[in-house]
Structures are given as C-alpha cells and as structure tokens.
Design a protein around this ligand. Structure first.
Ligand code: 5GP
Ligand code: ZN
Length: 119
C-alpha cells in the first residue's frame, strides 16, 4: 500500500505522529483530533484495510493489536476506571482511514455506545 495510505506513511516515518508504544508488529499513536482525554490509535504496521480483513487474513496480528491496546490502556492508567476499544468499519461504520486502527478512548465517562438509538 505504502505512499497512498496515511497510516502506512506514519509507520514509515514520513508523517509525524506522537507515538506512545511500538512493537515489532504494531504502532500506537495519539489521534490528531482527540474525542476523549485519552484517544490513541493502535494499528498493525502491515497494511490491512479494516479489522475484518485483518482478523481473517492474520489472526495473530489481530491479537497483537489487542495486546498493544491493553498495554497502552495500562500505561495511560485506564484499567481501573475502564475505557472503550472501538473499530469503525466501512461506510456505515464511519471509517475514514482505510488502514485498520483500534480507537482506544478513555480518561472520562464516555456515555452511551451510540449518540442515539437507531432501532
Ligand atoms: P476512522 O473514522 O477511520 O475510524 O478514524 C480515523 C481517525 O484518524 C480519526 O479519529 C482522525 O482524527 C485520525 N486521524 C486522521 N488523520 C490523522 C493524522 O494525520 N494523524 C493522526 N495521529 N490521526 C489522524
Ligand atoms: Zn496502510
């Protein structure tokens, strides 16, 4: 994917980011437009479009993303009060960057899962 993908460019060091944790396979960095006191994005370094593609293509790498997310949550002091880990997928999911990323949100009560009930 490389140069066409924003998050591949962050992995390559071509675009700056505030990195909070890095492993051989994953990178965690602060969201540029945070929606909560803590808002970190956790990605696999390898390009997959979304979490469904990742989980089907490389389950071990999907587990790495979860493990890094848990480590960041611990580093940020979120384990006691709780936090939210969220993946947006595709058009209905509101995904804007098509390199899979977990949104790690916390540091305050986050309210309901959705802004309104759609049923
Ligand atoms: P999505 O809507 O795809 O689930 O979330 C994309 C997220 O990426 C958004 O929360 C947005 O603020 C964040 N984002 C977009 N561009 C950049 C960037 O250049 N750097 C960082 N750190 N975050 C970004
Ligand atoms: Zn990418």
């Amino acid at each position: 994917m490389g140069s066409d993908c924003l998050f591949c460019r962050i992995v390559a060091g071509e675009i700056p980011a505030t990195v909070v944790r890095e492993t051989d396979t994953t990178l965690a960095f602060r969201d540029i437009d945070p929606k909560a006191p803590v808002h970190v994005l956790v990605i696999p370094k390898e390009h997959y479009a979304d979490v469904a593609t990742l989980a089907q293509g490389d389950p071990a790498l999907a587990a790495d993303v979860l493990a890094t997310s848990a480590a960041v949550a611990e580093d940020e002091g979120l384990l006691g009060d709780g936090f939210r880990l969220m993946f947006n997928i595709g058009a209905y999911g509101g995904q804007e960057v098509f390199h899979v990323h977990a949104h790690l949100l916390g540091g305050a009560p986050l309210g309901p899962m959705l802004a309104r009930d759609l049923t």
